[in-house]
Design a protein around this ligand. Structure first.
Ligand code: NAG
Ligand code: NAG
Ligand code: NAG
Length: 165
């Protein structure tokens, strides 16, 4: 016997998941096309973007030279990699979850911080509604992920619907 009730419930869960995926954060590629490397002014880059709780920073870099360390403000100011909060470095395409409304500080070790590889972001509370008026300033071309998540959710939905047939 087919359990249609169960399937419908499962469908509702998938649909709710898709909506959550759309409401959750964007994947923001640090530095845009430049990625994470020396001689990019990340202060300037960050000043033209908005960061919200639930967004993800996406660092793309050459892991043989550079790294991503979350540090305290003092260490960021002094380019001091002697102690850090989180080592974000993995394979060079690494993500960091912005989970709180506060300031975050990142530097590269190896002296590259002195060559500009330092980033501070000021994270605001997430928008209460995904239907909130779009902010033209934050609609930057390098902000992806919200859409990508929606596409992935739509793909998952259609696969599931095919299996229903
Ligand atoms: C980086 O950009 C900021 C903001 O636009 C500016 O104040 C600062 O002087 C720049 N730093 C360098 C090293 O160019
Ligand atoms: C990352 O942030 C999302 C919200 O965008 C949250 O649901 C998830 O639990 C967080 N993951 C980790 C590993 O902290
Ligand atoms: C951070 O992690 C990377 C990869 O695991 C490692 O190669 C590197 O030495 C670590 N950096 C520090 C400062 O611990």
């Amino acid at each position: 016997m087919h359990d249609h009730g169960g399937r419908i419930r499962f469908f509702a869960v998938v649909a709710a998941g898709a909506m959550l995926a759309c409401a959750c954060g964007d994947l923001i590629k640090v530095g845009g096309k430049s990625g994470w490397k020396p001689n990019v002014n990340y202060t300037h880059w960050a000043a033209h973007r908005r960061f919200h709780v639930g967004d993800w920073l996406y660092f793309v870099f050459d892991k043989h030279y550079y790294s991503v360390l979350e540090v305290k403000e003092e260490n960021y100011e002094r380019c001091d990699d002697g102690e850090f909060v989180t080592n974000v470095t993995r394979g060079g395409r690494d993500v960091y979850n912005l989970t709180e409304a506060r300031s975050y500080y990142f530097i590269s070790s190896g002296g590259y911080c002195y060559h500009g590889m330092k980033l501070s972001v000021h994270v605001r509370r997430s928008l209460s509604s995904p239907l909130a008026a779009p902010d033209t300033k934050s609609a930057a071309p390098c902000v992806v992920g919200g859409r990508r998540a929606a596409v992935a959710a739509a793909a998952a939905l259609s696969i599931f619907m095919l299996r229903l047939l």
